[in-house]
Write a protein of this length. Structure first.
Length: 353
């Protein structure tokens, strides 16, 4: 959708983006301080609480690290508010276009009396003000303004590129029917549609606002997707009907107990011999000790992601095998080992109900 931010909103967004560029520089110099202090070469505690207690006081002596923290805290606190204000400022210009894109081949099946799970209800993931549904157009606010405007063009290309690359990875030929669990505003779903243009695409999410952005994205391209409001662990769909059940970046947003339920639901929904691919953030064991501390510090401790550590220390391949999958692998992609993906198969002979 073509749109132009108004002057105040544009200036606020550009200021936040410029501040983010400076934060990257500060983070780099803080990393250099850590290297000079020996934190990248010495053996650090395996226990994450002990790791935080060991490294954080050392880094607090670094001025650039302290400034980086202040800048990042402000960004986290303000980015959602700035995005919502920027949308409201231009709303009269685009509201008709937004409403028009709700009409088209892609429709949403809204849940009746959906009770939000405890892990989801009330959380502002990534510290985005309002969470996934705190604005009546939060899908547009998050999918367009935060993702496309607040993230630099370079990183936006990287993020979308990672999703497109993951969408091409499932070892399945010509799938007839695909489910994207936790599809959100459909950035990954779009990658699936490009990778498998003949497949019937389904997507579920707990946020109706994010589903509405996914609907607009599909209708703008004339695509027919089946979107519905549901939790990944309890879709309410019939068993044994999908060739591929997949997701991107949802496992770090719920506890491991729910991850098990999601994998069990995935197994139930897949046809015998069907495949799952679950992509997410880098596991802690793939980091060196210093970067394991940093990932934990920035995301679990200060990033507004209460289940990040639990996800990043769980072996999803083992969990998938315990759920009944075979040929389960969990690994990092490329030189940076990002994203991490779980690929597993439902046994040919097994049918679940």
């Amino acid at each position: 959708m073509d749109y132009t931010l108004h002057q105040r909103g544009r200036a606020s967004v550009e200021f936040l983006v410029d501040l983010g560029i400076e934060a990257v520089r500060l983070e780099k110099t803080a990393d250099e301080y850590a290297e000079a202090a020996g934190l990248t070469t010495v053996e650090l505690p395996e226990d994450l609480d002990e790791l935080q207690a060991k490294v954080t006081p050392v880094m607090q002596d670094c001025l650039d690290f302290r400034i980086f923290r202040v800048v990042r805290e402000w960004q986290l606190d303000q980015h959602g508010l700035i995005a919502m204000d920027a949308f409201d400022e231009m709303r009269p210009d685009i509201e008709t276009m937004i409403q028009a894109l709700q009409e088209g081949p892609t429709r949403i099946q809204y849940a009746q009396n959906l009770k939000a799970p405890d892990y989801w209800d009330g959380y502002e993931f990534h510290r985005s003000a309002g969470g996934w549904g705190g604005h009546d157009c939060m899908g547009f606010v998050h999918g367009e303004i935060i993702h496309r405007k607040m993230v630099s063009n370079h990183l936006a290309d990287v993020i979308m590129g990672q999703r497109r690359a993951a969408a091409k990875m499932p070892p399945v030929e010509n799938p007839e029917k695909i489910l994207d669990m936790g599809c959100g505003s459909a950035q990954y779903t779009q990658g699936l549609a490009e990778a498998f243009p003949d497949a019937e695409i389904w997507g579920c999410d707990l946020s109706s606002r994010q589903l509405e952005e996914a609907q607009r994205r599909a209708n703008e391209k004339g695509l027919t997707w089946h979107l519905f409001e549901a939790a990944a662990e309890d879709t309410g769909l019939e068993s044994n009907q999908f060739d591929l059940v997949t997701s991107y970046a949802i496992f770090h947003e719920f506890p491991s107990s729910v991850a098990r339920e999601v994998l069990q639901e995935t197994l139930r929904l897949l046809k015998p011999g069907g495949v799952t691919l679950m992509g997410d953030v880098k596991a802690y064991h793939a980091h060196d000790d210093y970067n394991r501390w940093k990932a934990d510090f920035l995301n679990q401790i200060h990033g507004g992601d209460p289940f990040w550590r639990e996800y990043a220390t769980t072996d999803l391949a083992t969990m998938a095998t315990e759920a009944g999958f075979v040929e389960a692998e969990w690994f990092g992609v490329g030189d940076n080992q990002y994203p991490f993906v779980l690929i597993a198969k439902k046994p040919d002979e097994r049918k679940t109900t």
